[in-house]
Design a protein. Sequence first.
Length: 157
Amino acid sequence: MTKQIKAILGLAIAAGLFGGTILGQAARKSVSGAEVTGTFRYQFTGKFKGNYNEIKILALGKGKLRVSFDLTYPFVDGAGQMEANVGQIDGEANIEADTAMFTGGDNGDCRIRIKFVRAGMIKVDQQGESTGCGFGFNVSADGTYRKVSGAKPKFGQ
């Protein structure tokens, strides 16, 4: 076989194995309110262990979620002291199938996509600059979060 045929066959096999989705994660038609509702955390590791980003989500029904982002960017300053930049935003997100989109900020410049990968896990992708969400320097919602509580979250706390 020529290299071109092998390459085409390789791509065809990969497309079949992964269903044309990102990292083989097939989109689900819907997620339950129980799966969506709760508190999710992204845990920092290494010298920043014990710090985390937190997202609270409450299913409201009719394709709406209430979401709250409480984010941090831990770092060590020039004097060797632990510091952190922070960011917070909340509001409503629209959910379709297994993906929610939060749009907020002063000009709607804050766009955060939440994909419910499987029960207890979300993949979050912030689109655009942190400043569009009003976050501090280097603060981002990006990451894979794990559910730490299935209880209805309390907002404003």
